[in-house]
Design a protein around this ligand. Structure first.
Ligand code: 6PG
Length: 467
């Protein structure tokens, strides 16, 4: 029997698009979807709709699907993250043989991936936690792919993943081996954390500009920005969203202001807390989404307050652009710092320049700045070590201050802009009031403190009530 070289489990939006991408790239592929719970027609319909791909076969029985694959089997699971992944792995296990490779292409938590890697390794099987970004279109035409796991397993799946991924501007695939066990999913989680803050920054720019401008006017301002170094995919789609009309009104104006989320932004923030990393921008972006979700409370409180801002102040678009550039740099800096810390903690040896490179195309946070970042991380470990970037932040400090002052006057919440500003001020201040925190801790809990006038790292305790 002719065997397929690759298998995909789960024909949701992403699974379908990736399968077609793989088939189109000439690989013989088998797809599987369960046929219960109203999903009976998924496989036959998919095959019927895509009959031009003769190199694609479909299954609704797992054993038949697995046996149709050449060994070592390479199976991509594209189903909702969570317990369902464990359950599919469990169902697959009886049919697998030593050396087979299971790839989880969903947004799984990296600690789950670590656990699953250990489990499968104990059965001489490989598990690849693989971040995939780019949404439906990316999956079909070329996503950014972030595989983690063993280098040996990557070697075997690389020809397929690198063929279906997007390419960077030099024609190299936006897919690279990132590191062992949970590294791939960790990287994807941080990608999403950066994505959350990038989206929120644009929402805040929109909030500032919409005080005095129509959606079309804002789109025009942003279209100009998109011809500069702040250009990005998210800016590009924001321009299109602002212009979209439904009859005689803007569609955006009728979209309810309650933002949803599937968890990856909050995972990044929680992980930052666990690792002691300062990721205030992604955390602020998550909280901004949460604030938006309390719509009913907001309506009530705004009525109770009944506050009218007397006269709204026009933003200076040039100043706002510089503030936006400033905040984006801090956002990327915080995200890459999180990866730096995690790399040391987990012994992943992450190559930040390569990670930036695979994020230059195919993924949601692709941008001109990401292209610049590839070079930055070839010579520096951090954005703030790069002289050009540091000078840029230094010279635009006044612009972000001005933007924040405007937000106070106009009563516009700017969660992520403020976080960017505070981070910069704190990190460039020799002295912070943490001496008082240490004194308070020592006062009520004898937690001890170190002294400026003793550099021996000794810890002191004071009896604060003793006169
Ligand atoms: C991508 C996206 C994609 C998706 C996430 C986040 O890189 O293609 O990050 O994975 O947007 O599911 O979605 P939420 O905003 O719903 O958390």
């Amino acid at each position: 029997m002719h065997k397929s070289v690759f298998g995909v489990i789960g024909l949701g939006v992403m699974g379908k698009s990736l399968s077609l991408n793989i088939a189109e790239n000439g690989f013989d592929i088998a797809v599987y979807n369960r046929s219960d719970y109203g999903e009976e027609r998924i496989v036959p319909n998919f095959l019927e709709d895509n009959k031009s791909f003769e190199n694609m076969s479909g299954f609704t029985d797992l054993e038949g699907f697995v046996t149709s694959l050449e060994k070592p089997r390479k199976i991509l699971i594209m189903i909702k993250a969570g317990n369902a992944i464990d359950s599919v792995i469990e169902q697959l296990l009886p049919f697998l043989s030593e050396g087979d490779i299971i790839i989880d292409g969903g947004n799984s938590h990296y600690l789950d991936t670590k656990r699953r890697s250990d489990l499968l390794a104990s059965k001489n099987l490989h598990f690849v936690g693989c971040g995939i970004s780019g949404g439906e279109e990316g999956a079909r035409k070329g996503p950014s792919i972030m595989p983690g796991g063993s280098p040996k397993s990557y070697k075997q799946i690389a020809p397929i993943l690198e063929a279906i991924s997007a390419n960077d501007k030099d024609g190299k695939p936006c897919c690279t081996y990132v590191g062992k066990d949970g590294a791939g999913h960790f990287i994807k989680m941080v990608h999403n954390g950066i994505e959350y803050a990038e989206m929120q920054l644009l929402a805040e720019v929109y909030a500032i500009l919409s005080v005095t401008k129509t959606n079309d006017d804002i789109a025009q301002v942003l279209a100009k920005w998109n011809t500069t170094d702040v250009s990005s995919y998210l800016l590009e789609i924001t321009i299109q969203i602002l212009q979209k009309k439904e009859g005689d009104h803007y569609l955006l104006d009728v979209i309810l202001d309650k933002a949803g989320n599937k968890g990856t932004g909050s995972w990044s923030s929680k992980t930052a807390f666990d690792l002691g990393s300062i990721n205030t921008m992604m955390a602020s972006a998550v909280f901004a989404r949460y604030s938006s979700s309390f719509k009913e409370k907001r309506i009530k409180l705004s009525k109770d307050l009944n506050k009218q801002v007397s006269s709204l102040e026009q933003p200076n678009v040039e100043v706002l652009l510089k503030a936006y550039r400033f905040a984006r740099i801090i956002n990327h800096h915080q995200g890459f710092e999180l990866m730096n810390l995690a790399s040391v903690e987990n012994d992943w040896n992450l190559n930040l320049s390569e990670i930036a490179r695979i994020w230059t195309n195919g993924c949601i946070i692709r941008s001109h700045f990401m292209e610049q970042s590839v070079a930055v991380f070839k010579t520096s470990e951090s954005y703030l070590e790069d002289k050009t970037i540091f000078n840029l932040l230094t010279t635009s400090e006044k612009d972000i201050s001005e933007t924040i002052v405007l937000s106070l006057k106009n009563r516009t919440p700017l969660d992520t802009f403020w976080s960017a500003y505070n981070y910069w001020i704190s990190m460039t201040s020799e002295n912070l009031p943490a001496n008082l925190i240490q004194a308070q801790r020592d006062y009520f809990g004898a937690h001890t403190y170190q002294r400026k006038d003793d550099d021996s790292n000794q810890f002191y305790h004071t009896n604060w009530l003793e006169s």
